[in-house]
Write a protein that binds this ligand. Sequence first.
Ligand SMILES: Cc1ncc(COP(=O)(O)O)c(C=O)c1O
Length: 404
Amino acid sequence: MQSQHPGPPVSKLVREMEESATLKMASMARELREKGMDIIDLSLGEPDFDTPHHIKEAAKTALDDGYTKYTPVNGLPELRKAIVNKLKREYNLDYTMNEIVVSNGAKQSVYNLCRALLDDGDEVILPAPYWVSYYGIVKLAGATPIEVPSSIDNDFKCSPEAIEACITPRTKFILYSSPCNPSGSVLSLEELEALAAMLKKHPHVYVISDEIYQHINFTNDHHTMAAVEGMKDRTVIINGMAKGYAMTGWRLGFTAGPEWIAKACTKIQGQVTSGASSFGQKAAAVALDADHGPTHDMVKAFKSRRDLIIRLLEEIPLLRVNRPQGAFYIFPDVSGYFGKTSGSGYEVKDADDLSLYLLSEAHVSTVSGVAFGDPNCIRISYATSDAKLTEAAQRIAAALASLK
Ligand SMILES: Cc1ncc(COP(=O)(O)O)c(C=O)c1O
């Protein structure tokens, strides 16, 4: 019998969905490496450190103690309590355990929130550059991402006026990360207060504050919108274990926000995953309560790598290099190379072309800024050794020098 449906048998949703640009670059790099090429992969957002010993030990103990069953959908009470304590300790904010939802990574927290809050036709403001997945997940939820551009000239930050100009009656929330992936920019208390002052005029607009890079902040001055006066009831904090504790593979994230939003996220999660892994949650509770010495050591290493990569990239003539204050990415403006051509006739028209050129010519994998909402830049992750960063910068410099 002939199929009723023309085209491939996957859903329209999947056919129209973009593949994650960062994962795509990483898999292209992996394929080339499997073919024997010496690729330096600077595309993925993952600390190169191992999970600290005491956290691994806590997971082993939890397994031995029989933590091998389902937990409550919104998370083990013990972990939610540790999160409540963390928020009190760090922000002096009072949350109840019913306002916390633990998920399989901050990415799932973003997904839960989008499914919980968005209807078809709603709008979400994404100050650009933004984390790639925000765009895809907002679209998945049937809503429309509204991008607000910025540039390296203002440290990739959007003014409250530029954001306000994008607010409509359909705007549900603003979604951003600080420290920011991909730019590494960090919003100061004054900048958050200015944004909050503007939002006072628009009480229907919520804020989703993704703080997954909270600890990787070289200013030592992390602030959350939730702690700005009048904003706690309109803000949902997203955070997780992946970056600050080198626990990417554990898949543990969480949200803190008004109880009605937590309930809605829990309802969705109950149908999709039933919650995060039991022994992982036990270990996460230990990680949050314990001394953060290993995190501070990692941050020290990231800061010295940041200084190194800035120094190396600043020597490349047409690159404009930003000075990230957090996370572990640098986001240089590469537009000075647009319109140039390689010896083999490859023309670099945009950041997509440049990123592909660096992969094929320099064997260094980066991610084009296009997917992050900034077509003039590329994202380079410096979560790797000094030796690899030095070698990668030399290769990039040589490949760019041969563009005429
Ligand atoms: C800004 C931002 N939010 C969330 C995530 C996802 O974190 P997780 O691994 O906990 O899902 C990432 C990972 O790259 C990120 O950069």
